[in-house]
Design a protein around this ligand. Structure first.
Ligand SMILES: Cc1cc2nc3c(=O)[nH]c(=O)nc-3n(C[C@H](O)[C@H](O)[C@H](O)COP(=O)(O)OP(=O)(O)OC[C@H]3O[C@@H](n4cnc5c(N)ncnc54)[C@H](O)[C@@H]3O)c2cc1C
Length: 467
């Protein structure tokens, strides 16, 4: 296995990467549909109408991962699309710290289906981790708990291999591909009005835009969601997350992609992110809005308190990270919306619809998959006629529900398991510890279930439903 993994890195890997394609999706559909137009069903406006034919007009609130990918997919299919972003520099402002994001095979496959050239740029800018050993390890001993094979399922399905990419680079590639004729910055969506044949978006500065549908891709604190379903409190996950990035090449870099070190009520995720850098996330179970020791190196001091007894791999990463690139945030998610994610001509996508805890690294991937399912449903509705737009939105929500709910539930379950993980039995004040018997049981279960579940997440053939 390892020799296969190693041989796929370097030139052999690149050759492979550029030759594999998503097979589940019909790429020709996008080309033919660029020409598809539907009859105008309401009043004309000069720049929107070509004779009596009108393009489907898609309004998107939020230019994050989901909003930009949807904007790109809609643009490539010839739809009339506008993306309204509150503040594009938010990723950049935090970007030094927010660091890379993992994109799994399914999400990369979807990106290829949406735009081969953009997918290529993303894959060239990223760092492949799925061709090495990835998995869970014990935080104190460093001993592997279970390993996931992210490579074989991807190869079997003809999908790209899981990789990480810097969020700012991902944003740059997507923004440039979408273009500023479609994306408008400094445009906060504050409200919308819909009736039987249109929806109007209202921006903070009073500007109004008319469209056929509105997609709320405005993240976990979505205004569109609040307008649709009323104000609901986000749920605190129980965890604060510290993240950091460091110019440190550990000795295991050629064999390990990412490793999640686990301990009681805390875990530490370390990932190679390419260009001689390692990214890490440290999760710790504590009430929200806790504070770190004041003075210089406060976050590092706190991290040393929390992880100082852990294995060398964890301690090295913390100690080699400068204080000013360590970011701390409390992690929230929301319950899944029981029924539809939208009403009438309005729907939600990505974190606006289903914010999840980041422990499986899937929130962004699910947003990307949402985009493709949504454009597939819109394509079908355009083929059938404009009045089908509303049912296309409901169909998209229905088809995404099972997969997204499963990943959402698994993310919550993972953090609950962490809260009860008790690897050792302490023997009073003695420095000796013995392994808790349940650890062996848990490990056996995880060794069977985790690889199956990871295969389903990253490369299940039904992750997009084209029926
Ligand atoms: C610590 C951490 C690590 C993570 N790691 C991963 C990972 O490895 N892989 C992965 O797939 N996911 C990961 N995620 C999850 C991922 O970041 C999110 O799921 C993803 O960003 C969701 O994309 P989105 O487009 O739905 O929302 P966002 O990326 O949050 O984008 C929403 C956009 O809408 C804009 N906006 C908000 N309100 C308005 C408004 N009223 N009007 C206009 N614009 C508005 C915002 O400025 C923002 O640009 C991680 C999350 C965290 C917290």
């Amino acid at each position: 296995m390892v020799s296969l993994l190693q041989s796929l890195r370097g030139g052999a890997y690149n050759q492979h990467q550029s030759s594999i394609r998503i097979t589940a999706l019909d790429l020709t559909r996008s080309k033919t549909l660029c020409a598809v137009r539907c009859k105008a069903s309401y009043g004309t406006s000069s720049d929107e109408e070509k004779g009596d034919q009108k393009k489907l007009r898609i309004l998107i609130a939020g230019g994050g991962i989901g909003g930009l990918v949807l904007g790109l997919a809609a643009k490539n299919r010839g739809y009339d699309v506008k993306v309204f972003e509150r503040d594009l520099s938010a990723v950049r402002g935090e970007g030094r710290h927010r660091g890379p994001i993992q994109l799994s095979s399914s999400a990369l496959g979807v990106l290829q289906a949406i735009d081969e050239n953009v997918a290529k740029q993303i894959m060239e800018a990223g760092c492949v981790t799925g061709d090495r050993i990835n998995g869970l390890a014990d935080g104190i001993s460093g001993e592997w708990f279970t390993k996931f094979d992210l490579l074989t399922p991807a190869l079997r399905r003809g999908l790209p291999i899981t990789q990480t990419i810097c969020r700012m680079e991902l944003q740059d590639i997507l923004v440039n591909s979408v273009g500023f004729d479609i994306l408008t910055n400094n445009s906060k969506v504050v409200d919308f009005i819909q009736d039987f044949d249109k929806v109007i978006v209202i921006l903070e500065d009073g500007r109004r835009y008319k469209g056929d549908i509105l997609v709320g891709a405005d993240g976990i604190w979505s205004e569109v969601r609040t307008k649709l379903f009323g104000l609901q409190e986000a749920k605190y996950s129980g965890y604060t997350c510290y993240s950091g990035i460091t110019n440190f090449v550990p000795p295991y870099i050629d064999t390990v992609g990412y490793r999640v070190f686990i301990g009681l009520k805390q875990c530490f995720v370390a990932s190679d992110v390419g260009n001689g850098k390692m990214q890490w996330y440290a999760f710790y179970n504590q009430p929200p809005m806790n504070t770190d020791p004041t003075g210089g190196n406060g976050k590092k001091k706190r991290l040393v308190e929390l992880f100082g007894q852990w294995c060398g791999e964890v301690i090295d990463l913390i100690s080699k990270t400068p204080e000013d690139v360590i970011l701390r945030r409390d992690i929230y998610d929301r319950d899944m919306i029981d029924d539809c994610w939208g009403i009438g001509r309005v729907t939600l996508l990505g974190d606006a619809a289903h914010p999840m805890q980041p422990n499986l690294g899937q929130g962004g991937c699910m947003a990307i998959e949402d985009c493709y399912q949504l454009v597939l449903e819109l394509d079908k509705s355009v083929e059938r006629g404009c009045d089908e737009n509303v049912s296309a939105l409901r169909s998209y929500e229905k088809k995404r529900r099972f997969r997204v709910s499963t990943v959402h539930a698994a993310s919550r379950m993972a953090s609950k398991m962490l809260a009860s993980y008790q690897p050792y039995i302490e023997l009073g004040s003695s420095p000796l510890r013995i392994k808790a018997p349940m650890v062996h049981v848990a490990r056996a279960i995880l060794q069977v279930c985790m690889p199956l579940f990871m295969t389903w997440i990253i490369a299940d053939p039904s992750f997009i439903n084209d029926s």
